[in-house]
Every structure is written in C-alpha cells, then in structure tokens.
Write a protein that binds this ligand. Structure first.
Ligand code: PKZ
Length: 217
C-alpha cells in the first residue's frame, strides 16, 4: 500500500501537497469560463445518449426549446478541462466513468438574467448508497457542481467554502431529477447560492441546499 502511494506521489505530487495553494494558482480554467479553453474535438457529454430515460429526454427537449427564447443556454460538458489536457489522465470527477448511464448522467442549462443554473440529472447504478437509492455524497456532488457552475457563470472563478444540505426524501437510482440553483446574493467575494432537487414532475422535493462560494482573484 505504502509503495503504491509513493508511486502515486511521484506521478501526482500536487495531490499530496497539503499546504494551502496561493489564490493566484487557483485561477485556472477549472473554475472559470474562458473562450481560450480548447474544447474542440472533445465529446460533449451533455447531449442525449441511449441511456437517457423518457423523462430525462422530455425535460431536455423542454429546456432546449427554452434556449430559443435567448434566456437560456445549454452548457456543454466535457470530461476534462484545458488544465487536464497535459496527458496525465486527469478526469472531471462527474465524468470519470467511461460507460454511459451508470454514474452521473446529466446536462445543464443556464439563465443569465436569473443567475440560475439547472441540471437535469439521472443518477446511475454506480451511485448507490442505501440499496436502490443514491448515495448522499453523490447528491452533494451534483448540488455543488450545479450551484458551483451557476456561481462561475455568474461571477467568474470561485471555490466552494461551505455547503449545507437537507436530505428530505431518498432519491431512487435511475429516476429523473431537476437540480435547480440560483445565486441568491453576493457580498464582496462571498457568493450565496440556493439549490433544491425535485422529481422530474415537481411532485417530490428531495433535497434543499445552501452553498457559499468565494470569488477568487
Ligand atoms: C470550457 C471550460 C469550462 C469551464 C468550466 C465551467 C464550469 C465549472 C463548474 C465548476 C463547478 C465546481 C463545483 C465544485 C467546486 C469545488 O469542488 S471547490 C473544491 C472544494 N473547496 C475547496 O477545496 C476550498 C478550500 N478552501 C479554500 O481554498 C479557501 O478557504 C477559500 C474558499 C478559497 C477562501 O479563502 P480565501 O480566498 O483566503 O478567503 P478568506 O479571506 O478566508 O475569506 C473571504 C471571505 O469569505 C468568508 N469565508 C471563507 N470561508 C468561509 C466559510 N467556510 N464559511 C463562511 N464564511 C467563509 C470569510 O469570513 C471572508 O469574509 P469577509 O471577511 O470578506 O466578510
């Protein structure tokens, strides 16, 4: 075990560096929107695939229609960022399983006027926590990623400082969910976002959350 950590350390020394990174070092494409990010040629995972159920497909079509109003835009989703294109095999956490449909199956849409990011999410079988239901950590991940992306699209580079979640009703694997977030207020560098997860038909409120992001730079 020790030997494998040592090999990992040689390969990825920064993972094991516990000292605090200077803020400037964090201002990378990971958490910012930049037209200089070379995403050409990368697969867009936010597009429908054969594992999408009818409810996810219907919600997707509904939001895609909304993009025609000019108020909403679809957010492309890749499994890597510009910083990850250096050939050492890093992956975006939510896109780290090659098989479609078994992990985080999702796409996002952003409404600038409302500082609102929604994520259409179908949790796959590899996200299991309690038998048949999504693990709470996977729910936290999709919340942070949705509200975090909303904060980034609204304010630029941010990092998550605090995330509070109320898990109200368990989330069955394979269902379709609407993860809905918006930036509630901005105070200096502090960006407060709210997020909730509801069933695709809005009948069940599964989760409520509040997140604090800190603007970098
Ligand atoms: C084509 C390319 C695509 C691009 C793609 C775009 C999409 C991209 C989507 C990304 C979506 C990412 C979603 C995942 C996002 C993570 O997973 S981030 C990873 C998890 N978070 C971390 O690791 C953060 C660790 N913490 C830190 O690095 C530092 O504590 C922070 C958060 C940067 C803040 O440090 P700092 O800059 O030194 O700020 P500091 O002066 O301490 O605090 C600033 C203010 O915030 C307050 N504050 C700080 N922390 C806290 C706290 N925990 N609670 C309350 N108040 C706090 C302070 O009191 C202070 O308040 P004021 O005095 O101004 O009133």
């Amino acid at each position: 075990m020790l030997r494998s950590y040592s090999r990992l350390f040689q390969r990825y020394p920064t993972i094991f560096t516990l000292t605090r990174l200077p803020t400037a070092r964090l201002q990378t494409c990971h958490f910012s929107i930049s037209s200089t990010c070379p995403t050409e040629g990368l697969r867009d995972f936010g597009l429908p695939n054969a594992t999408w159920g009818p409810n996810l497909r219907n919600l997707y079509d509904k939001f895609l229609d909304l993009t025609n109003t000019g108020l909403w835009r679809r957010i492309p989703s890749h499994n890597t960022t510009v910083n990850h294109l250096e050939g050492i095999g890093k992956r975006m956490f939510l896109r780290n399983i090659d098989e479609d449909g078994v992990g985080f199956e999702y796409c996002m849409f952003y409404n600038k006027a409302e500082s609102r990011m929604v994520c259409l999410f179908q949790p796959g079988p590899y996200l299991e926590g309690p038998p048949g239901y999504a693990h709470g950590g996977s729910i936290a991940t999709i919340i942070d990623s949705t509200a975090g992306a909303g904060a980034v699209y609204t304010c630029g580079s941010v990092m998550t400082a605090n995330l509070n979640i109320n898990y109200l009703k368990p989330i069955p694997l394979g269902c379709t969910l609407l993860v809905d977030s918006y930036v509630e207020k901005i105070e200096g560098r502090k960006v407060y976002s709210r997020c909730h997860i509801q069933s695709h038909d809005a009948l069940i409120l599964h989760t409520e959350a509040m997140a604090l992001y800190i603007k970098l730079g």
